[in-house]
Design a protein around this ligand. Structure first.
Ligand SMILES: Nc1ncnc2c1ncn2[C@@H]1O[C@H](COP(=O)(O)OP(=O)(O)OP(=O)(O)O)[C@@H](O)[C@H]1O
Length: 348
């Protein structure tokens, strides 16, 4: 999805003159600077990329093989290079509604994340055609994670920990670049093999520098963190933090383990499943689990209580997953096998 920036503003540097967390909407000075450095680096890359955009119709350069997917904002095609025959995925975004800036933003975020083994690699080729903008990425040919999650069951046990470990590593990499991913969901996790051994995160249209001010514009979904549902700390919005991704990863892990969402929205007054979870978590009594949590093992309870901590400053980071690998996450489940190895492979 191409960058949508209408409701988002960078936090002003002048706000960072005083001590940490004074006037910064909850960000420390260091966090604010990290986000601003990421924003400046992206602006530089966008300027350079705009100058090197290839002006051509896609079919002059690439042969379409088949569609790979369709999102709300663009379609993705498997193509081969007309001279070399190299297979690639081409994401094509129609203009309108995609602006040059929105296109360059998504393209450059992908480029800036480089080659992490659990992130789809973006190639340095951007194309402007009469009716569209396109960029090329590595093709990942076994569809997205949605197709692997059996409703009311989830994912086969060894695959859950492997996916969680690789996604945590990919998100840590994004956070280390001063960015917040903001779109963790199964549709954005591409699967590299039929046994779901390897996965890769894709779609950086919502990724923004840490500290970008953001407001919730539509109704919350299960992956929306509760701090986004509350009134924002600054009139312009909430300065975004990696904790948003930790929350969404916690929800995704629950879905992988059970085949259900834990709730529809994280609003205790509106959603009884969320209310039950908050009461259970506050009780500190894991054995008194609410119904949707019945099948989980103590290691999964502890992991998810940390990732799904309502207060973002107390929430565990995505990397906390590493501390829970190799132990059963579901009741009646044996040791989790090759997870340590998969997790190491998921790191750069
Ligand atoms: N590199 C790739 N290799 C294979 N399939 C891909 C690749 N990138 C995307 N796809 C497929 O295309 C679909 C749409 O891609 P993407 O999520 O990037 O589009 P979007 O318009 O931004 O989607 P959304 O509606 O989530 O905003 C994905 O769900 C996936 O199935």
């Amino acid at each position: 999805m191409p960058g949508r920036q209408s409701e988002e503003q960078p936090v002003e540097m002048k706000a960072a003159e005083d001590e940490a967390e004074v006037g910064l909407g909850g960000l420390t000075l260091e966090e604010l600077q990290q986000g601003q450095e990421a924003a400046l680096a992206l602006e530089d890359m966008m300027t350079l990329s705009a100058q090197t955009l290839v002006q051509a119709e896609v079919d002059e350069l690439y042969q379409e093989v088949r569609p790979l997917g369709q999102g709300r904002f663009g379609r993705v095609l498997l193509v081969t290079h007309r001279q070399k025959g190299t297979p690639m995925a081409l994401k094509q975004l129609p203009k309108p509604p995609t602006s040059l800036r929105g296109f360059l933003y998504e393209f450059c975020v992908g480029l800036s994340l480089g080659t992490h083994s659990a992130i789809v690699a973006t190639y340095g080729i951007g194309i402007e055609s009469a009716d569209s903008y396109s960029f090329l990425t590595e093709p990942v040919l076994h569809g997205d994670l949605m197709a692997f999650i059996q409703p009311k069951v989830g994912l086969p046990p060894p695959a859950v920990q492997r996916c969680a470990a690789q996604l945590a590593s990919a998100l840590e990499h994004i956070h280390a670049h001063g960015l917040v991913y903001r779109d963790v969901k199964p549709e954005n996790v591409l699967v590299c093999d039929p046994d779901c051994q390897r996965v890769k995160l894709t779609d950086f249209g919502h990724t923004r520098p840490r500290g970008t001010l953001l407001r919730l514009t539509g109704p919350p979904i299960p992956y929306t963190a509760p701090e986004l549902c509350a009134p924002p700390p600054l009139p312009e919005g909430l300065p975004i933090q990696p904790a948003l991704d930790a929350w969404a990863l916690g929800v995704l892990v629950f879905c992988l383990l059970t085949g259900y969402f834990p709730w529809d929205q994280p609003l205790a007054e509106a959603d009884p499943f969320y209310e039950d979870f908050v009461i259970w978590q506050a009780s500190g009594q894991p054995q008194d689990r609410p119904q949707p949590w019945y099948g989980l093992a103590p290691a999964a309870d502890a992991l998810l209580w940390g990732l799904l901590e309502p207060h973002p400053r107390r929430r565990s980071p995505v990397g906390s997953i590493r501390g829970y690998l190799g132990r059963p996450w579901r009741q009646w489940e044996g040791e989790a096998g090759v997870v340590g190895q998969a997790e190491e492979e998921g790191r750069q």
